[in-house]
Design a protein. Structure first.
Length: 131
């Protein structure tokens, strides 16, 4: 039973839907532009040649994107639960505590995914230097 008023619930739903639609449109219409920003390639490189470092970096980015896509729905559900627990007319300390703890893990997952995507160059350098 969610105790949010319908207008707030609709606003939260539309915010998540708009975020998904925005990222989907960006990846659909500008995939090479985004890849050019995320993957660093020097201008003199042969585009047909693929190095091991580029493959590792691409794998790290894909893993990060999968983690991000896996963390957003549970984060939205837990935030919804936390907001509805705040508006509960019969407050229960355990309900509020569970709501706050339930947000921590999806948020940590989101941060980990963002780190993997935006720090992929440094991670791939560290992996390649150990070989």
């Amino acid at each position: 039973l969610l105790l949010l008023d319908p207008e707030t619930g609709r606003t939260i739903y539309l915010a998540f839907a708009a975020t998904y639609a925005l990222f989907a449109a960006m990846f659909w219409f500008f995939p090479m532009k985004i890849a050019g920003h995320v993957l660093n390639a020097s201008p003199g490189d042969d585009p047909a040649a693929v190095s091991a470092r580029s493959i590792v970096q691409s794998g790290i980015i894909v893993a990060g994107l999968l983690i991000i896509s896996d963390s957003i729905p549970p984060l939205g559900n837990q935030l919804w639960f936390a907001l509805s627990a705040q508006n509960d007319p019969y407050p229960d300390a355990m309900t509020r505590q569970h709501a706050l703890v339930g947000v921590v893990i999806p948020f940590a997952q989101l941060v980990l995914g963002l780190l993997l995507v935006f720090r992929s160059a440094a991670l791939s350098r560290n992996i390649q230097s150990r070989d």
